[in-house]
Design a protein around this ligand. Structure first.
Ligand code: SIN
Ligand code: FE
Length: 292
């Protein structure tokens, strides 16, 4: 399968034709990356001060932004940088939302917006634990934010001002990943989901689906033989380009690059054109159980 689908849109407030919307949905759901080579984010001259890696608190990978609460997490610098970053991320989030609502209009109001993030750290030599190391192939699953079967769709935009590409590896299909790792995953300890929620470790109940997705995420990253042996394709996103991908489905690793914007969206599988391609349905088919 071709891993790319090209979208030639050059503005965030564009209207898409019906066949473009249908193709985008079919490509996204089948695990393609929708690459938009002309979709760039304009940086205001006053925002150039944000191109410094030490904006970030060392303990976190990204600076995340909650638009509704106007709240930044993971930043350690002064008020001036915070105000500037909030304005830039709010603008990016609104533009990304406008673009996605138009390209995926057929999801009607089911595509909901999540966190926005700014990733100012060079990933090539970043020191981090194996579980947090996004240079290893994985599918996304959130430990504290169970998504209970909902899809994770992300829009990325490389804003590197020095011409540096974002380099990714793309691994095998979700079905292949699931077939390989699912048989090794034990059931959650009875009562553990409620306990984690009660302790405040998870923000909602971790369903059996979330348990499996987290275990797949961890097992992939911790298995160095798998990382070395599995087939992958290397792709490179130049600055001034954007791309959209279902990161819960597409096995990916971010190998190098610095200064990236990302907007997360969630989608219930019931809103999909082909719900059978959702990780939830693939895992239910393979396990023979209902997982949410
Ligand atoms: C990831 O989702 O694993 C990281 C993507 C990136 O930062 O390029
Ligand atoms: Fe990821």
């Amino acid at each position: 399968m071709d891993i790319f689908s090209i979208c030639t849109a050059a503005a965030w407030d564009i209207e898409f034709k019906q066949h473009e919307q249908e193709n985008a949905i079919s490509d996204l759901e089948s695990g393609k990356i929708i690459f938009c080579p002309q979709l760039s984010f304009n940086i205001d001259p006053s925002e150039r001060m944000l191109f410094i890696p030490y904006l970030i608190n060392k303990k976190t990978k990204n600076i995340s932004f909650n638009l509704k609460k106007n709240h930044l997490k993971g930043i350690k610098t002064d008020q001036k940088h915070q105000v500037c970053l909030k304005l830039m991320l709010a603008r990016f989030s609104e533009q990304a939302n406008c673009f996605m609502s138009s390209l995926f209009a057929q999801y009607t109001n089911s595509l909901t917006i999540g966190r926005t993030s700014y990733r100012p750290v060079q990933i090539r030599n970043r020191k981090t634990s194996a579980r947090k190391d996004d240079r290893r192939l994985h599918v996304d699953a959130f430990a504290a934010n169970p998504n209970q079967g909902h899809r994770i769709v992300r829009l990325f935009c490389n804003i590197n001002p020095y011409g540096e590409h974002r380099v990714w590896h793309i691994g095998e299909s979700f079905e292949e990943v699931a077939q390989r790792f699912l048989p090794k995953i034990n059931k959650p300890i009875p009562g553990s989901a409620k306990f984690l929620y009660w302790l405040g470790i998870t923000k909602s109940i971790r369903t059996h689906y979330d348990h499996i997705m987290l275990k797949i995420h961890d097992s992939m990253k911790l298995d160095m033989d798998y990382q070395k042996q599995v087939k992958y394709k290397e792709i490179s996103f130049p600055p001034g380009t954007s791309w959209i991908v279902s990161t819960d489905q597409v096995s990916h690793a971010a190998i190098s690059g610095q200064y990236l914007l990302e907007q997360t969206f969630y989608l219930p599988p019931t809103a999909m054109a082909n719900p059978k391609s959702a990780p939830l349905h693939i895992l239910e088919k393979l396990s023979g159980h209902c997982l949410t």
